[in-house]
Design a protein around this ligand. Structure first.
Ligand SMILES: Nc1ncnc2c1ncn2[C@@H]1O[C@H](COP(=O)(O)OP(=O)(O)OP(=O)(O)O)[C@@H](O)[C@H]1O
Length: 359
């Protein structure tokens, strides 16, 4: 693990200047810093506004550093760059890549322009890959706080999972004594005691994020009944009323209907009351990879429309060929050609059939 000098990071953040503050979380504040080699990074600090870090905050940041430093690099998990410790102020610092494009939460609930449907599908897949990376790491890691606010976008608009303050490895002996934790609205209701810790807790939270991506509804919205996104959406998925779940700010895309249905069906399985019925993240990836199209960056709605039209044209060509073949067969049997094709095509078809008969 790279150990940064505390003074070096104080300088990089201009002494944790308020103008460098990106945001505050429950266990620290994140600042933008510029290192000596001009790399622009994000620095998470356990103390807020210089007030000595609460023991709990410090423990969470230490845990985050320990988990991130144990992981290999992954495309969809925040890149850990190093850490620093100041024994005088009892302060810890975590250095990570800067994510300049905000969170999925802001993209869904704050941004003026809602993300396109292909973008949503790709983001969902990128998050699934991040969870797969954690669950299939050796030893495996359970994030315990998967939510849209913890999914940030890098400069290429690649989604990455962040905030490992609550992450835990079931292989760690301490995990058996760790109390359940997470964020209301995303927290698995069956995670009620330390011994209920399982990768399926993350699968549940991932299912909630899928519903949020498709509907753009807040996970808990007290102005609506039912307030919980899960209680609202799952009965609609079961009744196949998919259009009612989809974000109505952008038109429902007929060309993506099957992909959206598939994602909602995955979400519904992730949110099953019975943990054993929830799919593993490996199964989720298999189901979802058929939904993906292209990287978010290069996707435009037009690309997808063009893809759809090409597919449609191919399908029509195939069904046209089928029509002609079936008409040839029926004509040989003495049936009427018109029963197989639209009138527009009959003239051409009759000429072709004449040709077939001549042969
Ligand atoms: N690497 C990063 N690059 C850019 N912004 C970041 C980065 N990491 C965190 N942030 C932002 O900094 C703020 C604080 O993040 P932090 O992870 O400490 O807490 P949080 O996720 O907001 O809250 P909580 O810890 O309560 O779940 C958030 O607005 C988050 O989006």
């Amino acid at each position: 693990m790279v150990e940064f000098g505390y003074e070096q990071l104080v300088k990089a953040t201009q002494s944790f200047c308020p103008s460098r503050l990106i945001g505050k979380g429950s266990h620290g504040a994140v600042y933008q810093g510029v290192l000596q080699d001009n790399r622009v990074v994000a620095v998470k600090r356990s103390s807020i506004n210089g007030v000595e870090a609460q023991r709990d905050n410090l423990k969470k940041l230490e845990n985050e550093i320990s988990i991130l430093s144990s992981l290999r690099q992954s495309c969809n998990v925040i890149s850990f760059l190093g850490a620093s410790h100041d024994s005088v102020q009892n302060d810890k610092l975590l250095v990570m890549e800067l994510m300049p494009n905000g969170s999925l939460h802001d993209l869904l609930h704050v941004a003026a322009t809602p993300p396109s449907w292909p973008q949503r599908v790709e983001i969902a897949l990128q998050i699934a890959r991040a969870v797969q990376f954690l669950h299939e790491s050796k030893p495996s890691v359970i994030h315990r706080d998967i939510k849209s606010a913890n999914i940030l976008f890098d400069s290429n608009w690649t989604a990455k999972l962040c905030d490992f303050g609550l992450a835990i490895s079931p292989a760690d002996s301490l995990s058996q004594a760790t109390q359940p934790a997470g964020t209301i609205g995303y927290l698995d209701p069956s995670y009620t005691a330390p011994n209920k810790l399982s990768t399926k807790n993350d699968v549940f939270s991932f299912g909630v994020v899928l519903l949020e991506i498709i509907s753009c509804r807040k996970v808990i919205d007290v102005t609506k009944a039912p307030a919980s996104i899960v209680e609202w959406a799952i009965p609609l998925v079961k009744k196949q009323r998919v259009v009612e779940i989809c974000d109505s700010r952008i038109p429902f895309p007929m060309y993506m209907e099957s992909r959206i249905r598939r994602i909602l069906s995955v979400a519904s399985r992730c949110l099953s009351d019975k943990e054993e019925r929830r799919p593993s993240i490996g199964e989720i990836i298999v189901a979802m990879e058929t939904c993906s199209i292209e990287p978010v960056r290069s996707i435009t709605t037009w690309n997808s429309v063009i893809q759809y039209l090409v597919q449609l044209k191919r399908r029509r060509k195939l069904s046209g060929e089928y029509c002609i073949r079936s008409a040839v067969y029926s004509t040989r049997q003495g049936e009427d050609v018109n029963s197989h094709v639209s009138t527009g095509k009959v003239v051409l078809l009759k000429e072709m059939l004449a040709d077939v008969r001549l042969k």
